[in-house]
Write a protein that binds this ligand. Structure first.
Ligand SMILES: C[S@@+](CC[C@H](N)C(=O)[O-])C[C@H]1O[C@@H](n2cnc3c(N)ncnc32)[C@H](O)[C@@H]1O
Length: 308
């Protein structure tokens, strides 16, 4: 996570008992698994800052890397402590203004304290997205780990609100679980129906070829800080945040030729890839003998795209 953000989080969390943060962190992850409420106490919010914010931040940075349009304004719906604004500031140096909509006033208070250190004009709106106020349009609209917090009948209205506010790009990210991907399939179908073009990760706008029971997801490496490790009661200094996402745009975009869906398997002189392509899912093995094609893909990673 960005150094200024890490320090700002540590300042906010300083003084809280790490034992009770660890209890909140465990309860929070159980509630997310059971699809219950998110943060219900101040302790939960501080636990969120310590362990979830670094993970959603890392996933956001990776996803936003596939946004190729200029982003001067961002509208973040279900902004939590403002993770999306921090990530957008990191990826888009041209960013001028962030509008953050969040229903939890106490989370907004924490987000405001964090965003003191963020060189960006931030405007917070306390509102419930099930009954959204009139929202300003923005170059980029973000739905980051929020779609799953609404009851399933709330998905399409929220998505419509988000898409209507997007001048150019809407980016949606959810946990990389079968349930998160089931929601993303609905997001994808609706956006295609509304005329959106898919910039990432999909190489086409046809029916999603992912088999039932399987799910399209990617991973972002999160370097765990000392605080993160303590609160999570974990020893390893990193974790991999699994996520699923979609970046949709208004103006036509050249689709990627293929997306790498698993860790490539590398052997000497060979690389085997599982790809989503315009012709569906394909397992391909390329060898050194294939020259430039092999050289183009041999260093690619899970989640990368192939353009020719
Ligand atoms: C898992 S957190 C994600 C926060 C942030 N977007 C991130 O990626 O770190 C989900 C946030 O959505 C907010 N939220 C959930 N339902 C909402 C609603 N109906 N209206 C506004 N905010 C909502 C929650 O209060 C919480 O802060």
């Amino acid at each position: 996570v960005n150094e200024a953000l890490r320090v700002a989080v540590e300042d906010l969390v300083a003084g809280a008992s790490t034992k009770s943060l660890a209890r909140s962190s465990a309860a929070l992850s159980l509630r997310y698994r059971l699809r219950g409420a998110g943060c219900v106490s101040e302790q939960d919010r501080l636990a969120y800052l310590s362990v979830r914010l670094p993970a959603t931040y890392a996933a956001l940075i990776q996803m936003l890397g596939s946004v190729t349009r200029s982003v001067e304004t961002v509208l973040d719906l279900g902004a939590g402590p403002g993770t999306g604004a921090w990530a957008a500031r990191e990826v888009f140096p041209e960013l001028q203004r962030a509008i953050l909509v969040e229903k939890d006033a106490a989370m907004i208070a924490l987000g405001k304290q964090l965003s003191c250190c963020l060189p960006l004009a931030c405007e917070w709106i306390c509102a419930d997205l099930r009954h959204p106020p009139v929202l300003p349009a923005a170059c980029l609209v973000l739905l980051s780990y929020v779609v799953g917090e609404l009851p399933s009948e709330g998905l399409l209205p929220l998505l419509r609100t988000a898409w209507d506010a997007a001048r150019e790009t809407l980016a949606v990210i959810e946990p990389g679980t079968p349930e998160g991907f089931a929601r993303m399939r609905r997001v994808r179908e609706a956006l295609i129906e509304w005329g959106a073009h898919l910039a990432a990760p999909c190489p086409h706008s046809g029916a999603c070829p992912m088999a039932q029971g399987d799910w399209c997801h990617f991973a972002a490496r999160v370097n765990r800080s000392a605080l993160h490790r303590t609160v999570k009661e974990a020893e390893r200094n990193y974790e991999d945040e699994k996520y699923t996402y979609l970046v949709a745009v208004r103006s036509p975009v050249e689709p990627v030729q293929a997306r790498i869906l698993r860790h490539p398997k590398k052997r000497s002189g060979h690389v085997s890839l599982t790809l989503c392509t315009q012709e569906g899912l394909q397992d391909v093995t390329l060898s050194k003998k294939q020259g430039s094609l092999y050289r183009e893909v041999r260093d690619k990673k899970w989640g990368d795209s192939i353009h020719k």
